[in-house]
Write a protein that binds this ligand. Sequence first.
Ligand code: T5A
Length: 200
Amino acid sequence: MPRARFITFEGIEGAGKTTLAQQLGAWLQGQGIAVVLTREPGGSPLGTQLRPLLLHEAIDPYTELFLFLADRREHTLRLILPALQQGTWVLSDRYADSTLVYQGYGRGLDLTLIRQLNALATDGLLPDLTVLIDLPVETALARANAPNRFEAETLAFHQRIRDGYLQEAAREPERFLILDGRQPPEALLAQAQRALQRWL
Ligand code: T5A
């Protein structure tokens, strides 16, 4: 059996992360691989309670940062690390890059500070692969179907998020797989499957 891998999905609102994560998870299961699909915020019992607060309450940017980090630490310690240790692959719809990009590039909080806090929240865990679905802001926002207070931000905010993701991907090209989100779901799935073949 191949070693269990940790794969994260990132991108702006409505990019198609959930769709791809679900399809890739089903495909892996079809290959006989144990998979858990999870998400942030909300991947732990505490996170389930934090999610509605984070998505709908108007809060201070640092409060927001601390809550996303608290959600991540619980998620990492209670779900992700135990699953990986048991040989189960973990596919997470958003992880640490979301904080770097939304609270850092988006809200303007210090990137170095967020990197340090992320390292603490994740216990140093890094994804084996991060699939970044990139596409124009207007196209993605027209698709997003679960309104939250981030979607109500300005186009300039979402553009900073998109640019931030691309800058982070350029810093770590070996970890990121950038997919053109304007393609249909089947094309995205095929490209993600090819990227995983090396581990199967
Ligand atoms: N956040 C999160 C932070 O600020 N900091 C953090 O640290 C973290 C972890 C989470 C919010 O919290 C913020 C970021 C977010 O604003 P969320 O509800 O999880 O909120 O929001 P999103 O992750 O943006 O989820 P969405 O559901 O809006 O977007 P997805 O998952 O990217 O898109 P998906 O797959 O649901 O698809 C949306 C629609 O498009 C269609 C689907 O059928 C669906 O109708 N679609 C496609 N259409 C055409 N072509 C494709 N390739 C398509 N793929 C999907």
